[in-house]
Design a protein around this ligand. Structure first.
Ligand code: NAI
Ligand code: MG
Length: 486
């Protein structure tokens, strides 16, 4: 049964309101392309109201700013409890609007509850230092919230992105305006209702659905917004940094795309490496920024590995995400499906060897067969550009030195991985590969404590862990002159 749609309006100042323009937009179920609901479409006028509410809530006298840090932590902890209470419904709604396979959606929600609890526990552990300053002075630092934050979300993990960014901002004491992705506007509204129930004072969290050129641009250009945290495409990441620079020098955290290399050495345990490599690129239909989309396999095991990889890909069960036995669901929308199919055509045309998959499944919904290309070379489009779909590209290499240079020969630098039983190989690769996250004999391994983000065009700044909190804080130095003599 379809999950109930409880909220479709904008959430501003703890109230549900229509867009000023009265406009709405349709949101879809990627399983069959059917319309789920009409959602209020926010624009500049609504962003202005939301930012004004967030600014009032950030005033030094506001209810929010008067709370102790531990009380902020308590609110976030309560929020985590409520997500746990409503976890099944949130997972179902995520699956319905995004195509996330139900098993994963439930797992995601569970892991994000942990993240929220971690961040709740951080709220009263953010402190400055006393300094060993020269001269007769007492000097110390304070860490203070940066102000009103604009949080712009992608569609590939709507619940996770909302929770991660919002809880980090709240732990730091900021107030926020969230702009969810236009493809997946629904779960953010449910989470906003739970924040209100958890006792977040009015104006602290506002959610304005809408499109990038409307609501998104208005947020990034608003002079009362002190920081933008964005996850999405490199193209829009660059626009956001330009807007910040042209306007009020907003702080900017960008978590962008990747073309992450996963290296399989001759000495790897293939029983581990084959399924991890498959999961690394097929998980969530490949719609993950850390997808292992360049799979480098050493020449000594290449043929054997390719054969096993194809078998694995062919065993993946694709279908309705609500079926508990389904492993892969649909791409999020027709645009993304068409884009991925276009990359598959390019792969064929440029001479990569298509070993399985390569086609759309059926004619309703946005399903694509898990696809494996072998004999991919570095110059091919599918080895260079982010595909964001279920496409495994296998490349052959001979030496560690060679594969490190080839792995680094990209504008991206988000994740990397290596499977090897030689500790020296693992450590050398980890040292020299240009990526913000390196996994050894594992892949897609996340914990709330570990910072996450990219080198090069994969982004600026870090999410997760204490590093993420720093990005929502300003350091203030206070120096007090002392009498020279006592
Ligand atoms: P996108 O970057 O256009 O959209 C992400 C978010 O940014 C959405 O909320 C969108 O409304 C907003 N946005 C779009 N234009 C904006 C603007 N000018 N100012 C402010 N906000 C704006 O990503 P899209 O088009 O959904 O996907 C394109 C590609 O980006 C994908 O194929 C994939 O390669 C990559 N991507 C990477 C993600 C990641 O996790 N790093 C997530 C989503 C997409
Ligand atoms: Mg876009």
């Amino acid at each position: 049964m379809a999950p109930q749609i409880k909220y479709t309006k904008l959430f501003i100042d703890n109230e549900w309101v229509d867009a000023k323009s009265g406009k709405t937009f349709e949101t879809y179920n990627p399983h069959d392309g059917s319309v789920i609901a009409k959602v209020a479409e926010g624009d500049k006028a609504d962003i202005d109201l939301a930012v004004a509410a967030a600014k009032r809530a950030f005033h030094r006298n506001s209810e929010w700013r008067q709370l102790d840090a531990s009380q902020r932590g308590e609110i976030i902890r309560k929020f985590a409890d409520l997500i746990e209470r409503d976890g099944q419904y949130i997972a179902e709604l995520e699956s319905y609007n995004n195509g996330t396979v139900m098993n994963f959606a439930s797992m995601f929600v569970g892991s994000f509850v942990k993240t929220a609890r971690y961040l709740a526990s951080c709220a009263d552990k953010l402190h400055g230092d006393t300094l060993a300053a020269d001269g007769e002075v007492f000097s110390y630092t304070l860490k203070q919230p940066v102000g009103v934050c604009g949080l712009i979300l992608p569609w590939n993990a709507p619940v996770g992105m909302f929770l991660n960014k919002v809880c980090t901002a709240l732990a730091a004491g900021c107030t926020v305006v969230v702009k969810p992705a236009e493809q997946t506007p629904l779960t953010a509204l449910v989470l906003a209702s739970l924040l209100k129930e958890a006792g977040v004072p009015k104006g602290v969290v506002n959610v304005v659905n809408g499109f990038g050129p409307g609501a998104g641009t208005a947020l990034t250009h608003h002079s009362d917004v002190a920081k933008i945290s964005f996850t999405g495409s490199v193209e829009v990441g660059k626009l956001i940094q330009q807007a910040a620079g042209a306007n009020n020098l907003k702080r900017v955290t960008l978590e962008l795309g990747g073309k992450s290399p996963l290296v399989i050495m001759n000495d790897a345990d293939l029983n581990l490496a084959v399924p991890y490599a498959a999961n690394g690129v097929f998980f969530h239909q490949g719609q993950i920024c850390i997808a292992a989309s360049r799979l480098f396999v050493q020449s000594g095991i290449y043929d054997k590995f390719v054969e096993a990889a194809v078998k694995h890909a062919q065993s993946i069960k694709v279908g309705n995400p609500t079926d508990p036995t389904t492993q892969n669901g649909p791409q999020v929308d027709e645009t993304m499906m068409t884009k991925v199919l276009g990359y598959i055509e390019k792969g064929k045309k440029e001479g990569a060897k298509l070993l399985c998959g390569g086609n759309r499944i059926g004619t309703t919904g946005y399903y694509i067969q898990p696809t494996v290309f072998a004999d991919v070379t570095d110059d091919m489009t599918i080895a260079k550009e982010e595909i964001f779909g279920p496409v495994q590209s296998i490349l052959k290499f001979d030496t560690l030195e060679e594969v490190i240079d080839r792995a680094n020969n990209t504008n991206y630098g988000l994740a990397a991985g290596i499977f090897t039983t030689n500790v020296n190989t693992a450590l050398q690769f980890s040292k020299y590969v240009e990526a913000g996250v390196v996994w050894v004999n594992t892949y897609l391994s996340f914990t709330p404590q570990a910072p996450f983000g990219g080198f090069k065009e994969s982004g600026i700044g870090r999410e997760n862990g204490m590093a993420a909190l720093d990005a929502y804080l300003e350091v203030k130095t206070v120096t007090v002159s002392l009498p020279k003599k006592v």
